[in-house]
Design a protein around this ligand. Structure first.
Ligand code: DOR
Ligand code: ZN
Length: 345
């Protein structure tokens, strides 16, 4: 096959940031994606409907003229989140989901949740109104090995929480383990998961073998090969529980390349080319549309996009910039470490 046409995809987990970084990266999402779930981990975080209204306006202002892109806004769940504000934001159509960061789990997550008892009223309200909770699924205690944090989170936090509020719709964001895949497969209709582009391509060797490569460092950190293979199997299976969330998370190069570098891979620009490569390798190009364009809207109760995009396989490798320049500084583009041939035309 040398050409494939699919419904225009959406990105169910995206960091657009703010200010000059937002201005520098937004076109790379808007080019291929119709909609995206916008992560709220700004400094300070997007915690109220009012914050989200203002952030959405800044996003729309940064969008280049003539580009079509709908940001689906989220609120950052804190122990002070007001259930009434959440319900009003959801009812108005502005707020699509809430994002749960365990305190300290990742970039700008200091305001996250420590005591789940304090957020139960919000979660119960969300269950009642059918509003999804997007979860950064890692425990944060220092005695848990970083490679085990997702599996321990499922067992000790997520499963008890879901048993307590079974009607709550939950998206496990950026799944990275076989345990996560198995849990989502057996989790019923109220549980879905996003999988990133990079976790389908790299395992932990990319970060650590033969030298330390900060541009492959993200959270949750990439795991062993067996986990990458489980993720590829899940993403290419057509199973409606799994859908694309790039977690494209731009940081400037100086912030990545330092003694304590930031977590995040910038993938919005070449995700569709990378995915076509992965799906072709798995003999599953016919499942690319499910993963990138159909399963996400179905979980979120939205219609798929009506437009389509075409990907063509070029004989000679296509090129992406090594890095993009933004007003905030340069951002290195995720390198899959092999030539890419599939191009969105
Ligand atoms: O790698 C990551 N980067 N993982 C996250 O969960 C947050 C993100 C960011 O905001 O930089
Ligand atoms: Zn993220």
């Amino acid at each position: 096959m040398t050409s494939i046409t699919i419904k225009r995809p959406d990105d169910w987990h995206l960091h657009l940031r703010d200010g000059e970084m937002l201005e520098g990266v937004i076109e790379h999402s808007a080019k291929d994606f119709a909609r995206a779930i916008i992560m709220p981990n700004l400094v300070p975080p997007v915690v109220t409907t009012q914050d989200a209204t203002a952030y959405r306006e800044r996003i729309m202002k940064a969008l280049p003229n003539g580009m079509n892109f709908t940001p689906l806004m989220t609120l950052y769940l804190t122990e002070n989140t007001d259930p009434a504000d959440v319900a009003a934001g959801h009812a108005s159509g502005l707020i699509t989901a809430l994002k749960l960061y365990p305190a300290g789990a990742t970039t700008n997550s200091d305001s996250g949740v420590t005591n789940f008892e304090n957020v139960m009223p919000v979660l119960e309200k969300m269950a009642e109104i059918g509003m999804p909770l997007c979860v950064h699924g890692e425990v944060t205690s220092s005695d848990i090995d970083i490679f085990d944090r997702e599996a321990v989170f499922i067992e000790t936090v997520l499963d008890p929480l879901r048993q307590r509020v079974p009607e709550l719709r939950v998206v496990m964001e950026h799944l990275t383990t076989k345990q996560g895949v198995d849990y989502v497969r057996s989790g019923g209709d109220n549980l879905g998961a996003t999988i990133t582009t990079h976790h389908l391509i790299i395992n932990r060797n990319a970060i650590l073998a033969g030298g330390i490569r900060p541009h492959y460092y993200c959270l949750p950190v990439a795991k062993r090969e067996e986990h990458r293979l489980a993720l590829r199997q899940a993403a290419t299976s057509g199973d409606t529980s799994f859908f694309l969330g790039t977690d494209s998370a731009p940081h400037t190069d100086p912030l990545k390349l330092q003694a304590c570098g930031c977590a995040g891979c910038f993938t919005s620009i070449n995700t569709m080319s990378c995915l076509a490569h992965v799906f072709e390798e798995e003999g599953a190009l016919d499942k690319l549309e499910d993963f990138a364009s159909l399963n996400g809207p179905s979980f979120y109760g939205l219609e798929p996009n009506s437009e389509t995009i075409e990907l063509k396989k070029q004989q000679t490798p296509i090129s992406f910039p090594e890095r993009i320049e933004t007003g905030a500084g340069s951002v290195t583009v995720f390198d899959p470490m092999y030539p890419l041939h599939w191009q969105v035309v």
